[in-house]
Design a protein around this ligand. Structure first.
Ligand code: TYD
Length: 225
């Protein structure tokens, strides 16, 4: 696996983070960015939906639940509209410059949230990926897996602490979140070269350590694990 990646180009690496609610992705994206930065790599930390000006507008629209009544296909189309802008205006130019792009959610979230959890057919995502993502899937996708009840407790605790309101998807019921979790696991199984599952039900430091180990191995970095 190591030699496959070593010295293949001067382009940056594209890594996405995925998982259900409360998995701790945002914290782990930051920790990975810090560790790569300490080794001298330039990183860009971004997120979906969002990341670009149009993407952030679409994000508000979707997370406030304004599209919910139009059904999951309409939501999926908007997530992909935001994704196209994000790729073209931010992700691809940065990869070209040699920057490592660390993205908090990407196309797998559409397949899991609008697909597995909301019933949109996989074939629709195959088509949207062909049109929008093309050959720009991340090289590595870290899926942080967590039992649904643990994730929900974490989200509730965060909301109490920060006074944040529940968004469109957090508000879905337990069955939705169970389908979501199964959806991510199915994506991981179908894309085992790209995806790695990390057990999120352990300490923040242990999760970070496992992610770092994966990144060092995958990209043959000259670093201590
Ligand atoms: P965010 O606050 O970033 O959630 P989290 O902290 O859980 O990542 O909100 C993004 C929400 O949008 C999240 O509930 C997942 C959902 N989503 C989709 O439903 N489809 C998508 O394609 C993407 C990128 C996100």
């Amino acid at each position: 696996m190591k030699s496959e990646f070593k010295g293949t180009s001067n382009k940056g690496r594209f890594i996405s983070f995925e998982g259900g609610e409360g998995a701790g992705k945002s914290t782990q994206v930051r920790l990975l960015s810090d560790r790569l930065g300490a080794l001298g790599y330039q990183t860009l930390l971004t997120r979906e939906p969002g990341g670009s000006p149009l993407g952030e507008k679409i994000r508000r629209f979707l997370l406030e639940g304004k599209v919910k009544g139009h059904g999951p296909i309409a939501e999926a189309l908007l997530f992909y509209t935001a994704r196209q802008d994000h790729l073209d205006s931010l992700i691809l130019p940065n990869l070209e410059k040699g920057v490592w792009v660390l993205c908090d959610r990407f196309a797998d979230s559409s397949r899991a949230y609008q697909g597995a959890a909301s019933g949109v057919d996989d074939g629709i995502f195959d088509a949207l990926d062909r049109i929008v993502v093309r050959d720009n899937q991340p090289e590595l996708t870290i899926i942080i897996d967590l039992p649904v009840d643990v994730g929900q407790k974490r989200v509730a605790a965060r909301q109490n602490q920060d006074g944040i309101e529940t968004d469109r998807f957090e508000a879905e019921d337990l069955h939705f979140h169970e389908r979501l979790r199964a959806g991510f696991l199915k994506i991981a199984a179908a894309n085992s070269n790209r995806c790695i599952i990390i057990d999120g039900n352990q300490s923040r430091d242990m999760v970070a350590k496992m992610i770092w180990h994966t990144v060092v191995e995958r990209f043959a970095l000259d670093a201590v694990v």
